[in-house]
Ligand binder design. Structure first.
Ligand code: SF4
Length: 294
């Protein structure tokens, strides 16, 4: 089972379909570097060697470079899911700097796989899901080029949703031109997190629509082993999340739970909390399971 850790609650995009569960947590929550690193050392000794850092946007965490250095020195293969904006500029929100410019070189050296979102072949299509006043597409392409300069392994993450289905050929042609990227992951929109559930009618697509999207992508990028399609079902119970409160839990995509807009993590498959050392063993036992769906 894959381990995903929220290392920041902050994000500056306010996506209409934000699928991050961090939005249901109390504002300002975050796990301390000391606790996180101690837990990860313990987990590494129990055979866990891969971790994905997400959020919010992980690059809004003030000590992100230090945290990455410490996790890397334990021996982990690190994936980082970020919008990436701070790689090309510092980010301000209401006059306050919420992310200083992050050195692309260090990120490229410390992270094994950097996930950058691109959801449309134009900024207009991109903004159907994400919210920003910037020319988002140009920014994302600049971020990729900057990371590529330092030899980073870049993975483009695309959410296929109701608004961008018609863009599939143009987007596939654009991605095809980025021949330096390592991977293109395409996710079927999932009604996850507070806003993902609230706005599901704007974005949700059926399995058939996703399969259709898939075949159109493959028409442009034929047998390309860089492409991975992730449908909603496949992600069910497939990973463990450690949220900003330290809760380790497995998102269970059960329609009954998602129909309730006031999600409570306690109702999910809560394994333990990493702030409690006594829970570490059972969290690791659960992580070691290949597949919890059986
Ligand atoms: S979906 Fe990701 S990028 Fe968008 S607001 Fe949520 S955390 Fe930020």
């Amino acid at each position: 089972m894959h381990l995903n850790i929220f290392v920041s609650q902050k994000c500056f995009l306010y996506c209409k379909g934000c699928y991050s569960f961090s939005r249901i947590e109390k504002c300002g929550q975050f796990i301390s570097t000391k606790t996180l690193v101690s837990f990860l050392k313990f987990a590494y000794n129990k055979g866990i060697n891969k971790v994905t850092l997400c959020g919010g946007d992980p690059l809004t965490r003030k000590d992100i470079i230090e945290l990455l250095k410490q996790i890397k020195s334990i021996g982990y293969l690190i994936s980082l899911d970020t919008v990436g904006t701070s790689i090309i500029k510092s980010i301000k929100n209401n006059g306050e700097v919420i992310a200083e410019k992050t050195p692309a070189k260090e990120i490229a050296q410390l992270v094994d796989n950097i996930g950058i979102p691109i959801d449309g072949s134009t900024s207009e299509i991109f903004k159907l899901f994400r919210q920003s006043n910037s020319d988002l597409l140009s920014e994302q392409l600049k971020i990729c080029e900057e990371l590529h300069k330092y030899g980073a392994n870049i993975c483009i993450n695309t959410v296929a949703h109701k608004g961008n289905l018609c863009d599939v050929y143009n987007l596939s042609s654009l991605i095809k031109k980025l021949d330096y990227i390592q991977k293109w992951q395409i996710f079927q929109y999932a009604p996850l997190g507070k806003y993902g559930i609230l706005n599901r009618e704007m974005f949700e697509i059926t399995e058939n629509e996703f399969n259709n999207y898939k075949s159109k992508v493959l028409k442009v990028l034929k047998d390309n082993d860089k492409i991975q399609f992730k449908d909603f079902k496949e992600r069910n119970k497939a990973y463990m999340l450690i949220d900003n409160s330290g809760n380790a839990w497995i998102p269970v995509y059960d329609e009954k739970l998602f129909s309730d807009k006031n999600i409570k993590i306690e109702e999910r498959k809560l394994i333990g909390n990493i702030n409690n050392v006594d829970d570490w063993e059972k969290i690791c036992n659960c992580l070691r399971k290949e597949d919890d769906r059986k």
